[in-house]
Design a protein around this ligand. Structure first.
Ligand code: B12
Ligand code: SF4
Length: 455
């Protein structure tokens, strides 16, 4: 049986190769381990490919797998339609956050759905398919032990897409730009429930957070060093360190033994001074903090469960420990007052983060805000999903919000869409001018400055 797991173009990302498709790599690794030579596996990678040319990059398969993200659903729908015309006998199986939120709609496009974690259910689905008994829905019952599985094998993609440069670039320390680097993920889930975040739904049925064992983390880094010459890793986990002190220390010791530079992200309450010191010793060069807003009522409305003061303290703590402090901020959250720009500028001047990732608030399916907009004074949420990108490439056109606030909400008079977009643009301009823009720093990610790829 020939199985292809299709990775969509990610056309809305500045550089789609900055991320790695762990879902695809993980499922293909599992299939190979279980079925061995009984299956032939491939990962058609459409990143950077124009939609109308996708077909030329997808070999004929018996089964196509798709992981659906909200931003990709229109493209994936078009790809399936195209493949059904070209290879009518092929079967399409999908999973991922958008399928979990919209199973009925997804079943109109795909033949079968894997809802929740897929390690066991994909094996069941392939076995069922082999005896003509494919079911419409496979739902994982109970929680998977992620430590029973090997790390995702990167061999399904060319080496160049795994081992890259310009991923560890720091704002103020030279020398990290050229490290050969890649992404890793050592955990699953998050125990929090921020009302703007889709993670809880995406991980329906598996609440909480699970971390890989320290020895498995060390093995994976050793594999990346050995096979790909990796010198730096970016942890894409939402919460970089285990919440339990002893587990966090064990993880830091494992990364430290692997002797590598790393960066990651976490909540502002996810790291103590002791852990920050140990993180630095283990090779941590930068951490991104989910500050989201500098206005406490907004943080409360989105159920972030942190305080503005804690955000200030953690930025200072990282800097004091030699770790670059990056912050994530969102403009347009519920509860924002008229002077949110001034408040944010004051916060930035006071705390002096090294870099800022600024987003415009976007409402995605799977979030509490999407399910109960009235609670947040919100109406008219657009469902043209391709417009729901939260990081804007300002070279193209003026960004716009994909929803509106009622004129009056529980916190009083709301801002208009125009005010919110203007606030966002004012902050973007300030951040760029001040040399604090994380997206500017990461803008040109082609690894070689000295050659023109088109020459
Ligand atoms: C790593 C990651 C990425 C990577 C790789 C994504 C990939 N396609 O593999 C990169 C950096 C590229 C990325 C980009 C984006 N991401 Co992202 N990403 C994550 C992250 C942190 C981990 C996902 C992951 O790889 N986990 C490890 C794998 C093994 O687990 P998994 O993906 O859950 O897959 C398991 C099951 O869900 C299931 N499964 C899922 N799909 C399928 C399909 C089949 C066929 C089968 C059998 C099984 C299966 O099986 C897997 C094994 O159990 C999650 C948050 C999180 N912590 O889960 C956000 C998350 C998935 N991302 C999200 C978003 C919004 C994005 C972006 C749009 C954001 C952006 N502006 O950059 C882009 C979309 C780009 C794209 N086209 O893929 C949202 C999804 C919301 C939504 N409704 O779509 C999440 C939930 C973050 C959040 N907090 O809201 N992302
Ligand atoms: S925003 Fe971060 S802390 Fe909040 S639920 Fe999502 S992953 Fe968890």
């Amino acid at each position: 049986m020939k199985i292809g797991f299709i990775l969509p173009s990610s056309h809305y990302l500045n550089d789609p190769f900055r991320g790695d498709p762990f879902t695809h790599l993980q499922i293909l690794t599992i299939l190979e381990e279980y079925f061995g030579s009984r299956v032939e596996l491939c990962l058609p990678d459409l990143r950077g490919i124009k939609r109308e040319f996708a077909l030329y990059h997808i070999p004929e398969c018996d089964v196509y797998l798709h992981s659906i993200y909200t931003l990709d659903i229109n493209e994936q729908k078009a790809i399936v339609a195209m493949l059904r015309r070209q290879y009518p006998r092929a079967v399409h199986i999908a999973g991922g956050p958008h399928a979990v939120e919209f199973p009925q709609e997804s079943l109109r496009i795909f033949d079968s759905l894997i809802l929740g974690e897929g390690e066991l259910t994909i094996i069941a689905a392939v076995n069922d398919l082999a005896c003509n008994k494919l079911q419409q829905i496979y739902r994982q019952q109970g929680v998977i032990d992620i430590n029973e599985y090997c790390h995702p094998n990167r061999k399904f993609l060319p080496k160049s897409t795994t081992a890259r440069r310009k991923m560890m670039t720091l704002k103020s320390k030279p020398g990290f730009n050229d490290l050969v680097s890649t992404n890793v993920i050592f955990s699953r889930g998050c125990p929090y429930n921020c009302h703007f975040c889709a993670l809880r739904t995406a991980r329906e049925g598996t609440p909480g957070i699970r971390f890989r064992l320290p020895e498995l983390i060390e093995n994976e880094i050793e594999y990346l060093k050995r096979e790909y010459g990796i010198q730096g890793v970016a942890l894409v986990d939402e919460i970089a360190l285990p919440l339990k002190r002893s587990s966090a220390i064990a993880e830091l010791e494992a990364i430290g033994r692997a002797d590598i530079f790393w960066r990651g992200q976490c909540r502002v309450d996810g790291i103590t001074p002791e852990l920050a010191g140990l993180a630095f010793q283990s090779g941590c060069i930068s951490l991104g903090l989910g500050v989201e807003s500098v206005w406490q009522p907004s943080l409360n409305l989105i159920n972030k469960r942190i305080s503005v003061q804690k955000a200030k303290d953690t930025i200072a703590m990282l800097k004091a420990n030699g770790i670059e402090a990056r912050i994530y901020l969102i403009m347009g959250l519920p509860g924002e007052p008229d002077n949110i720009v001034e408040l944010t500028l004051n916060f930035i001047k006071e705390t002096q983060p090294d870099l800022i990732y600024l987003s415009l608030f976007t409402i995605r399916p799977g979030t509490e805000v999407f399910r109960n907009p009235d609670k947040f004074g919100i109406r008219n949420i657009e469902t043209d999903w391709e417009n729901t990108m939260h990081i804007h490439n300002l070279d193209n056109k003026k960004p716009r919000l994909t929803f509106q606030y009622h004129e009056n909400a529980s916190w009083g008079k709301t801002l208009t869409n125009e005010q919110i977009v203007n606030n966002y643009l004012e902050l973007v301009a300030f951040i760029k001018e001040a040399g604090l823009s994380a997206s500017e720093l990461n803008r040109n990610t082609f690894p070689f400055d000295d050659i023109n790829p088109l020459a």
